[in-house]
Design a protein around this ligand. Structure first.
Ligand code: FMN
Length: 276
């Protein structure tokens, strides 16, 4: 396994931080510089902790150079800012029609690709609708699929409200998609270590990043439930592989509503453990 591990001799201060922080003890201090331990190198999960922890930016690995990393901790939002973000993000159900620049969406997804995944597998697939025509078509196909499910009496009691959803659609109200210009659906192969967690963490990260950028989102279970009664395999239609665990859809776009204060839902149910 060639990890392209290099140490800049002029910058390395031999502090041993990379050796100490490597979760699989792949790095050792050899002579005067850190080096890979050939007997353990196959354990590497490419987490790049060694690159991140080096105080002088002396270490490159996996083709990543420290000069291309963001400097920390000065780039981090404060606790106050994060508190406001978590408390202040809202489910947006009113959107402006203008689509976001696809470049902005790409940048967001590249950032979200940095979210943690079990064993650092990084196998999340980001299925995105960023163009208007596709969104129009996708909404129409979903609604027509629902209409057929209603007509064919395929709705269980729990999903019978889809009748109302179809009626509302015919009257020009979109209860499922809320006229959002974009959709994100994150999936991950069943075969990876922690697909459910990986994709939810990615979606949550996207959600908070979007809120920090003034972009609205709506987590959407209705789309998933709609897919479960539509005859066409809509996941396949979206190009999502059969062997993927699928997350909920997340609608997003520029909000047509502004919130001026946080809600108040501080009733955390806490089970504080004290073992005798
Ligand atoms: C997994 C999940 C699925 C959701 N599905 C829907 C949905 O299908 N339609 C909808 O309008 N809201 C949906 N919501 C939004 C919740 O109703 C919303 O998060 C909750 O009312 C709290 O409001 P807030 O997000 O503005 O804090 C969903 C939320 C989550 C977390």
């Amino acid at each position: 396994m060639d990890l392209h591990f290099t140490i800049n001799r002029d910058l390395c201060i031999q502090c041993g931080a990379c050796v100490a922080d490597c979760p699989f003890h792949i790095i050792e201090m050899a002579d005067d510089l850190p080096a890979l331990n050939p007997a353990r190198v196959h354990h590497c999960i490419r987490c790049q902790h060694c690159l991140a922890v080096c105080p002088t930016g002396a270490l490159s690995i996996c083709g990543s150079n420290p000069e291309h990393s963001m400097p920390l901790p000065e780039s981090l939002p404060s606790g106050r800012q994060m508190t406001a973000l978590i408390r202040g993000r809202r489910s947006v159900r009113h959107y402006l029609p203008e689509p976001l620049d696809p470049g902005v969406i790409d940048d967001m997804l590249r950032t979200v690709a940095n979210a943690p995944t079990g064993k650092n597998k990084q196998q999340c697939l980001f299925t995105v609708i960023d163009d208007r025509e596709t969104m129009v078509r996708f909404r129409r196909e979903t609604m027509e699929g629902l209409r057929q499910a209603v007509a064919g009496k395929r709705l269980s009691e729990g999903l019978s409200y889809f009748r109302h959803v179809v009626t509302a659609w015919d009257q020009g109200r979109d209860i499922i998609f809320r006229d959002a210009p974009h959709l994100l659906l994150v999936s991950a192969p069943q075969s990876v270590a922690t697909p459910d967690a990986d994709l939810l963490i990615a979606m949550s990260s996207f959600d908070l990043l979007a809120a920090s950028m003034g972009i609205g989102t709506l987590w959407n279970a209705m789309i998933r439930w709609a897919f479960s009664v539509i005859e066409t395999d809509m996941y396949r239609r979206l190009g999502i592989p059969d062997d993927h665990v699928k997350g909920y859809a997340l609608l997003f776009g520029r909000p047509a509503v502004q919130y001026h204060r946080t809600v108040q839902r501080d009733q955390a149910q806490i089970n504080r453990v004290q073992l005798a």
